[in-house]
Write a protein that binds this ligand. Structure first.
Ligand code: ZN
Ligand code: ZN
Ligand code: FE
Length: 744
């Protein structure tokens, strides 16, 4: 006897080949009915033998399409309706939206094979894609995900593409960005100050790159600036024109074999590189690699990634490695629109562009693997807008994040949607992008926040932005948000010891915090200990110029002579003129880098700390003296004695690498000791680590290993960056918890 089941499936089920899979399974099992994309996900009805219906749902759950993620499946048993066949019907347009948007997906193997097959009608076509791969988030204007709501709307399919699109058994059935040479997007090469629309754009681009030129290349979420990574001269030219003397540049390798030629690669690092998100992975360079050292002069690592669009594959056919760095000017957002291209004219010699518009800018994601755990440095393309599950239920909340490395976060039904990396809000273009993108996400996801969570810093542009909106404002302390981001990721509900080692963040006492040990839950925190405070002579200027921090520490600890260069700073500090006090861990690393002669003035953020980590000898395990002053609350982790020892060792002629290592070990030892004291008093055995300083791999390993050796349970960020890019996740978690407690 025939029965009918109606089902709604929620999760990431649109734009991932879900309906074709439903169609295949249903027709194989002789079931009739329909499937369509709805505003809540996918809705379907199947009618037939109960046994076959059972097998159908079993298959759908055990063998869903590769990129799908089923979050919920609700079934309703109904009487048979007399369907005669199985059909894919049009989408239902309205309602509140709980369908999740897929991130952009790297080119799949089937499409790569066709791209290279001279017999295939898409041979060499730079925009080939299917239901398993291609652009998604970066082309979506609205839901449900259909061609008309993407930036492909302007391209009318040719008869051949149209046939595939409507053939349920085809791999391109309802592949919204489907196209071919005849009907789809096209490449165009424009030479700056020269010809526009040059013939044979791809061949000409190859030639320019071969000659050491710099070409702006349109990718999924914006433009890259590309040059030959094997040419020291080309790399130097790019650095000079981009005013980026030292900051590492990302390198795209032809294939995994090329990566292995130049970098050490663990199994988990290889898996990350080959994943469908295709992130930039920080890898240790091989000593024998003949790639020029000016790709990353300060570090022994290289940011490596693989081609992820068909255009990349075509470009990389002739190159082992190309630099592919974000196409932007310092602190400005990545350029994604042809109208803005002239801004790159001073850097690039030509632009390889195309006519498929980018709706959402999205930089490449950057991550590394530390002790088998993923650590994001920047979370964007390939991961955004995946949901991060942080609670069973929740109100709708917006969090606006910090100011540098800005991201925002929307929370709905316990799902947190963290935005792509936006950048430094102090740049006006970035600020506009931030503001526009929030409006677009709220529209796209139909979220109307009841509250806006923000940093306590009154001067942050995100805080000011929030203050101008309607809705309840919830201020969240910077380091509490960092720790809450870890708690949210790992579903930690009870009190934790939170170690937030950071650059700077606004404290509840109005001073600048950044080396903090908290006892926290999701709603509130207590500051139990912090790094000793030093003056920050010149405020932001002291962040850019580590020598100022070194001078400040020397003056405070009365170490050595006051040199003529230090005298104006001494006056500033004594007069308390623009010299706020800070307990920042990041600034302490800066000070030591300057003391050891590694970095007086930084050309990019955290350069001093990065160089200090790079020189530190990994086999040195001993530490220098420090004290923890516990007479007052909060306790002080005092590294004054450490600074004295560093100067003594320097005078004694000890190698810089040895002293740098001992400093890392000392900070780790102090943190571990403080955690043991807190455990002794509060009986808390769980430690959450966050803050930008934990991007220092050596420090992170020392702290994690030391805490584990002391039987602590240790948690770190694995879904969001420990830097301010993850702040907004912590902010929504705190806001949701506070709202919940007030209501319950
Ligand atoms: Zn494909
Ligand atoms: Zn076509
Ligand atoms: Fe921070």
């Amino acid at each position: 006897m025939k029965t009918r089941v109606r089902a709604t499936i929620v999760g990431r089920v649109q734009g991932v080949g879900f309906r074709p899979a439903v169609y295949r399974y249903a027709t194989q099992l002789g079931l009739a009915g329909f499937v369509c994309n709805g505003s809540h996900g996918v809705t379907l009805e199947v009618e037939g033998e109960p046994l076959n219906i059972g097998i159908f749902f079993n298959k759908l759950q055990t063998a869903p399409p590769q990129q799908a993620h089923v979050e919920g499946l609700e079934k309703l048993h109904l009487a048979a309706a007399g369907y005669e066949r199985f059909e894919v019907v049009e989408s239902e347009p309205h309602g509140s939206r709980s369908a999740h948007i897929s991130p952009d997906l790297a080119l799949c193997d089937d499409c790569l094979r066709e791209l290279r097959d001279p017999q295939d009608r898409r041979h060499g076509y730079p925009f080939i894609n299917c239901t398993n791969c291609g652009p998604r988030f970066t082309i979506i204007r609205d839901l449900p995900y259909d061609r008309a709501t993407t930036s492909m709307a302007g391209f009318t399919m040719c008869p051949a593409c149209d046939a595939e699109y409507h053939l349920p058994a085809d791999r391109r059935f309802h592949a919204q960005p489907d196209a071919c040479e005849k009907c789809g997007p096209r490449l165009q090469l424009n030479v700056f100050g020269g010809a526009a629309g040059v013939d044979e754009p791809l061949a000409k681009t190859h030639e320019l790159l071969r000659r050491g030129r710099i070409v702006a290349i349109k990718s999924l979420g914006g433009y890259h600036l590309a040059c030959d990574a094997t040419s020291r001269e080309a790399v130097a030219r790019l650095r000079q024109r981009k005013h980026r003397p030292d900051k590492p540049l990302a390198v795209m390798f032809r294939d995994i074999a090329a990566v292995k030629q130049h970098c050490e690669l663990s199994e988990s690092e290889e898996a990350e590189l080959l994943s469908v998100a295709c992130p930039i992975v920080l890898l240790k360079r091989k000593t024998g690699s003949r790639l020029p050292t000016n790709l990353s002069p300060d570090t022994p690592t290289l940011g490596a990634f693989l081609p992820y669009t068909p255009l990349h594959h075509l470009l990389m056919a002739d190159f082992e490695a190309l630099v592919m760095t974000s196409g932007n000017l310092t602190d400005e957002p990545i350029i994604s629109d042809e109208a803005e291209l002239s801004r790159l004219a001073g850097i690039a010699d030509a632009a390889l562009t195309h006519n498929r518009p980018i709706v959402h800018k999205c930089d490449d994601s950057v991550l590394r693997v530390v002790s088998g755990q993923r650590q994001f440095i920047r979370r964007a393309r390939g991961y955004v807008p995946n949901a991060i599950r942080i609670a069973a239920e929740s109100p709708e909340v917006l969090a606006v994040g910090g100011e540098l490395k800005s991201t925002f976060c929307l929370l709905r039904s316990g799902n947190a949607f963290l935005s792509q990396h936006i950048g430094d809000l102090k740049d006006y273009r970035t600020y506009e992008y931030f503001s526009d993108e929030i409006a677009e996400w709220q529209q796209l996801m139909r979220i109307q926040p009841v509250a806006i969570a923000h940093d306590l810093h009154p001067g942050y542009l995100s805080t000011k932005w929030a203050a101008k909106r309607d809705g309840q404002l919830i201020g969240v302390q910077h380091h509490h948000a960092h720790i809450a981001s870890v708690m949210a990721e790992h579903d930690l509900q009870n009190y934790v010891i939170g170690v937030a080692l950071d650059g700077t963040g606004y404290g509840t006492d109005g001073t600048v915090w950044g080396g903090e040990i908290l006892v926290a839950d999701r709603a509130d925190f207590e500051r139990v200990a912090h790094f000793k405070q030093y003056a920050l002579p010149g405020g932001d200027k002291a962040v850019e110029e580590p020598w100022r921090m070194a001078a400040s520490v020397l003056l405070a600890e009365q170490l050595g002579e006051v040199t003529p260069k230090m005298r104006p700073l001494q006056k500033m500090i004594e007069a308390q003129f623009n010299s706020p006090l800070t307990s920042s861990a990041g600034r302490l690393f800066d000070a030591v880098a300057a003391l050891l002669g590694l970095c007086d003035v930084a050309t990019y953020e955290a350069q001093g700390a990065i160089r200090l980590e790079a020189v530190a000898s990994r086999d040195v395990t001993d530490a220098l003296p420090f004290t923890i002053a516990v007479c007052d609350r909060p306790w002080t982790l005092d590294f004054g004695p450490t600074m004295r020892a560093i100067l003594d060792e320097r005078r004694a002629g000890k190698p810089v690498g040895e002293i740098a290592a001992k400093f890392h070990n000392t900070v780790a030892a102090a943190v571990i000791q403080a955690c043991r004291y807190v455990r002794g008093q509060r009986d808390i055995n769980v430690v959450a680590l966050s803050g930008g300083v934990f991007q220092n791999e050596l420090l992170l390993r020392r702290v994690v290993d030391g805490l584990r050796a002391n039987w602590f349970k240790v948690f770190t960020n694995t879904h969001v960056p420990p830097n301010d890019g993850g702040l907004a996740l912590g902010q929504v978690a705190v806001a949701a918890e506070r709202i919940k407690r007030r209501c319950v």
